[in-house]
Design a protein around this ligand. Structure first.
Ligand SMILES: C[S@@+](CC[C@H](N)C(=O)[O-])C[C@H]1O[C@@H](n2cnc3c(N)ncnc32)[C@H](O)[C@@H]1O
Length: 303
């Protein structure tokens, strides 16, 4: 078969807010968001413009993240009492918000654009397929929202993450969503090690999503470095795609990556699969107006 066709232009997958999330305003290197009942201020150096809301909207925020260095570390400062966890939702899926030490709230709202695609892709695969649910793999799955969206849509899901704590939180989210009895395998393992083993076994998946960090560690101290390790991992993921596979979604947040680079990598590793590769950015849209914050890059293969 011919190589996949890479889209000639990038596409921005925009996430507009929903009941439990909004990007209220941004500017002066920060963003003001709402996560359910809490308004939150976090650093966002790329917001080079001026906020539109009055200073009082920002000063009244329930929580402000003060960074301590260039990386993601820092401290939360709270206006008043707050809960450790609180329930949030997207579509049929429920998950906990938490003020984590890494400046985020235990999920990534811009991923809603991917969740929409994944849910739809699984429903379509279900409708087209036989009695067996589509088998999907979520690597670097963190707190599991993508896994739960796919499970709710009828997939048999394998969720892999190196962090025991992240997988425990993902399982809590499955309980909260009423999806604990669905066919989801929760695996605490190094992503590369898991995928290599699956490739040796000849396992196949009808869809794969992976969102590798720039740097990470497997449970046994295995070092993950995006630029060094992604080519091999992408090649193994391509090997795992079933004959009738419906998607491979690759997402990355690293500053020096781009959607075009991710698309080039997938095109090479899927050179005998045909199909199409879309690529671009995931962006959060301000609640009022047309300002967007680019958050991450993606490439997406579909047959
Ligand atoms: C950027 S987060 C992924 C976010 C997730 N896709 C989501 O939308 O919620 C990175 C995740 O990769 C995991 N991780 C880091 N190194 C890993 C490795 N070597 N193998 C598996 N998971 C790893 C971390 O524990 C963390 O949960």
């Amino acid at each position: 078969m011919s190589p996949p066709k890479i889209a000639p232009e990038s596409a921005v997958m925009r996430t507009v807010g929903w009941r439990d999330y909004a990007l209220l305003d941004s500017g002066n290197g920060r963003k003001l968001e709402r996560y359910g009942p809490y308004t939150v201020v976090r650093p966002e150096p790329q917001c080079l413009w001026t906020p539109r809301l009055p200073a009082s909207a920002w000063d009244g925020a329930d929580a402000v993240f003060d960074p301590t260095d260039e990386e993601d570390a820092g401290r939360w400062r709270f206006k008043g009492p707050h809960k450790e966890t609180w329930p949030l939702g997207w579509g049929d899926v429920r998950f906990h918000g938490r003020f984590t030490a890494f400046r985020h709230l235990a999920f990534f709202p811009e991923q809603a654009a991917n969740w929409g695609f994944l849910g739809e892709a699984v429903r379509t695969a279900r409708a087209a397929g036989g009695a067996e649910p589509p088998r999907v793999l979520n690597l670097f799955g963190y707190t599991g929202v993508a896994s739960l969206v796919m499970a709710a849509a009828g997939a048999a899901v394998t969720h892999v993450d190196a962090s025991k704590k992240a997988v425990a939180w993902a399982r809590e989210n499955a309980e909260l969503s009423g999806l604990a009895d669905r066919p989801i395998r929760w695996i605490v393992e190094d992503a590369k090690k898991y995928v290599a083993r699956e490739a040796r076994r000849g396992s196949k998946y009808d869809g794969i999503i992976l969102d590798p960090p720039k740097y990470g560690r497997g449970p046994d101290g295995q070092v993950w470095r995006l630029f060094e390790d992604l080519p091999e991992l992408a090649a193994l993921c391509c090997e795992l795609l079933s004959e009738n596979a419906k998607f491979l979604v690759l997402n990355a947040y690293a500053e020096r990556i781009s959607g075009a680079a991710l698309a080039g990598l997938l095109a090479e590793k899927l050179s005998d699969r045909g199909g199409h590769i879309g690529w671009g950015e995931l962006a959060l849209m301000e609640e009022r107006g047309d300002r967007a914050i680019g958050m991450s890059f993606y490439a997406r293969w579909t047959p």
